[in-house]
Design a protein around this ligand. Structure first.
Ligand code: ZN
Length: 251
């Protein structure tokens, strides 16, 4: 079974299509797990949701998904993000709005738990430091946690307590194109696959992770996509130019 793990698509259908093509070219994709923020920032919320919903998939809600349907306060968003989020909300079909309204914030799938931010705060927390990882490991009931939100492909491990030693959390750093993780039996992991539609690790390429449940591996991939076309779509929609410009810098 091959599960495509994506996060933070952010209404960037050009990037999402490139990820789907790349993932399929590496072998059949059986299902998709989405870690939230399918919408917001970009020009194609319905296209991204329709595409995702065409697959056997599970998804959790991100802050932009909730912002677009008016379920959370947008006052903590910066001005451009809030503007784009409201614009995204106004584009939603009734079906896609209802879909976002029904999304859970935390989901378990076998050995994995899925959340957008963290387990301590699934909507808002950026899980980028060991302290936040510690808090989520304490709440985690499965061996592995998948999160998005920071748009940074990261991995943390928890060395499980022995008879004479407490458990320890360790930031293992960044996932890069081709990074291969063998799912361990004696460690717990938190993994962020990075962002499809708006990477922020100074690599503009769309990011995703493929889970192979037979081989018990996770592999990170980065994919080039048609940046010029993607940026043109932002301009055509009248979205703030800075939101299109940042895509090229991976910021
Ligand atoms: Zn996001």
């Amino acid at each position: 079974m091959r599960t495509l793990i994506v996060s933070d698509i952010h209404s960037n259908i050009v990037a999402f299509d490139a990820v789907l093509r790349d993932a399929n070219a590496r072998g059949p994709v059986d299902n998709i797990w989405s870690l939230g923020d399918m919408v917001g920032y970009g020009p194609h919320p319905n296209e991204c949701l329709d595409t995702l919903r065409g697959f056997d998939h599970v998804s959790v809600a991100g802050n932009h998904d909730l912002g677009a349907i008016g379920a959370i306060y947008l006052g903590t968003f910066n001005e451009e993000a809030a503007l784009a989020c409201e614009w995204n909300g106004a584009q939603l079909t009734a079906e896609n709005r209802a879909y976002l309204e029904d999304l859970p914030r935390v989901v378990k799938q076998g050995e994995f738990t899925l959340a957008h931010g963290s387990l301590r705060d699934p909507v808002w927390e950026y899980l980028i430091h060991e302290e936040a990882a510690r808090a989520s490991f304490d709440l985690l009931e499965t061996p592995f946690l998948l999160v998005g939100h920071s748009h940074l492909p990261l991995i943390f491990e928890e060395i499980i307590a022995g008879p004479n030693s407490p458990s320890r959390v360790h930031a293992m750093g960044r996932l890069n194109h081709g990074s291969l993780i063998h799912l361990p039996k004696d460690l717990r992991l938190i993994i962020n696959p990075g962002s499809v539609g708006q990477p922020r690790d100074r690599d503009h390429r769309a990011a995703y992770v493929m889970l192979d449940t037979d081989a018990r591996t996770l592999t990170q991939f980065r994919v080039e996509y048609d940046m010029e076309t993607a940026q043109k779509h932002f301009a055509d929609a009248g979205l703030p130019p800075s939101l299109a410009e940042r895509l090229a810098y991976g910021l």
